[in-house]
Design a protein around this ligand. Structure first.
Ligand code: ZN
Length: 195
């Protein structure tokens, strides 16, 4: 019976969430005081926004799984978890502390998360899933971001790039499915297919 790679999946979630919290901490510690203006959206809009994020994550994970079939089914769970957990960087503001705006919604974050996953887990499909989940989140969010946090806390609106993020998220999700499928074929031909 097929067993999803739960160990690798758990490791990805731990690395991703750990980095979100690390970037959050870095924002609090090294962000200039003038940049400590991060907040949370009004309470009543939070569930709807999280549902939107999870929904897009489901769509992305579903896209990968649709290409790969039954053995990609774990992505339907993994992608929404990663998509939503980027918002853990609102934690200080939610708890009433000053913080920078969205410290982990940063291009530096996605590069570091990709590298950390690639080095430790060595599964190309999961690297692509990390990028897809990040881009999917950025496609849904609006407003101000520090795209180079924690290197710079200059804020920009990334609204003009939302479509590009959505396209990137979909392409990475589909590429993850293709990678998985190719790995599976290699296995069926008798090679090592644990990509
Ligand atoms: Zn967000």
């Amino acid at each position: 019976m097929y067993r999803p790679p739960w160990k690798k999946i758990t490791a990805v979630v731990i690395i991703y969430v750990g980095l979100v919290l690390l970037f959050t901490l870095l924002g609090v510690v090294i962000g200039p005081e003038s940049a400590q203006v991060g907040g949370t959206r009004p309470d009543e809009t939070i569930p709807g926004h999280l549902a939107e994020l999870a929904g897009f994550g489901l769509l992305l994970g579903g896209g990968s799984a649709a290409i790969y079939g039954r053995k990609g089914v774990h992505l339907i769970v993994l992608v929404p978890i990663l998509t939503v957990s980027l918002d853990l960087d609102h934690l200080p503001a939610y708890l009433g502390y000053a913080e920078t705006i969205r410290p982990a919604h940063s291009l530096v974050f996605v590069v570091v998360a990709f590298a950390a996953t690639a080095i430790t887990i060595k599964a190309v499909d999961l690297d692509l899933v990390v990028v897809s989940a990040f881009m999917g989140h950025m496609a849904v969010d609006t407003g101000l971001f520090a795209p180079f946090s924690p290197l710079s806390f200059q804020y920009y609106s990334l609204d003009p790039y939302r479509l590009a993020f959505a396209v990137g998220a979909i392409l990475c999700a589909l590429a993850a499915g293709v990678v998985l499928r190719r790995g599976y074929r290699t296995v069926s031909l008798g090679g090592r297919g644990d990509v």
